[in-house]
Design a binder for this molecule. Sequence first.
Ligand SMILES: Nc1ncnc2c1ncn2[C@@H]1O[C@H](COP(=O)(O)OP(=O)(O)OP(=O)(O)O)[C@@H](O)[C@H]1O
Length: 352
Amino acid sequence: MSEHEGLVSAYASDAERDAEVSVRPKRLAEFIAQHRVRDQLDLLLRGAMGRGAPPDHILLSGPPGLGKTTLANIVAAELGSSIRVTSGPAIERSGDLAAILTSLAEGDVLFIDEIHRIAKPAEELLYSAMEDFRVDVVVGKGPGATAIPLDVEPFTLVGATTRSGLLTGPMRDRFGFVAHLDFYSPADLETLLHRSARILGVPITDDGATEVAGRSRGTPRIANRLLRRVRDFAEVRADGVVNRENARAALAVYDVDERGLDRLDRAVLTALVDSFRGGPVGLSTLAVAVGEQPDTVEEVCEPFLVRAGLLARTPRGRVATEAAWHHLGRTPPTGTFGAAPPATPDLFSAET
Ligand SMILES: Nc1ncnc2c1ncn2[C@@H]1O[C@H](COP(=O)(O)OP(=O)(O)OP(=O)(O)O)[C@@H](O)[C@H]1O
């Protein structure tokens, strides 16, 4: 996790992935919410097991931290198979992928995270492995190069992507089952928090779970992370219980407000409202106003602020919604919303 991504980032550092292992559900029945995906996967896996054949290849898409890696491991566990884990960026040469594919045993699960980032030659090799359980490994260069066909044991590929739109058509077509994971409701996150707290041996009250769930941006990874931070606070400065009072006090220390906005999210909204009368204002100008890179504002803050209904992207620039004014405790100007507000020129670039 980089510094500006902070406590409410949906991405995990390597160290955090280790911390996550203990609370990761191992079987489908333990996987909370996402009922439609769970039900569909259950049918797919049971059907395949009944026939004694590996299930179709599975594509899991959705924002980070919603459970794609967890589901890939669950697929292998339910099938009683081994899982091999790699990622699109880790496969630099098609030879790397050929080595993995030809070492798979029958029925293995191959999990490729960030599959949209796989290099083109490796992607093409994957097509024949997925479809015909065969790969052609090219030996030599130039006119003397020869393709040696190698068999691959029947396996199931589980691909995960945060950007399904970036997958090529041929790649997408080779998955027999595509599941999209949605953000979790606060009620589902409360259930998840009770489960995690039980595993971690942390006492948690219902109002404590409600308080943490409301600040978790619909994302299990963030919910589990906030739980660990509130646990620290409760153990060090209070009675050890994750209750509403301790959750509020702990998350105030970490600058996470009651809707899950952190310092940077609030700085963006505050700049929009106070310095630009709510906008519209161009991305670069907004980024300079909060002392951040435009990419950070665009990729780290905006997706959540837009989803939370606090910021809108318009052709003329970023606009604070009425809800944003209220969230900051300001009175919105009357008659602005719905009408086209006057543009604040972007001083730094032509884009919005
Ligand atoms: N439905 C769920 N029930 C219980 N815990 C969950 C669920 N979904 C995710 N988690 C927990 O959230 C954490 C993040 O999940 P996971 O690593 O599977 O997300 P991901 O979508 O693969 O993220 P990334 O794309 O960043 O790899 C894990 O520790 C996991 O325990």
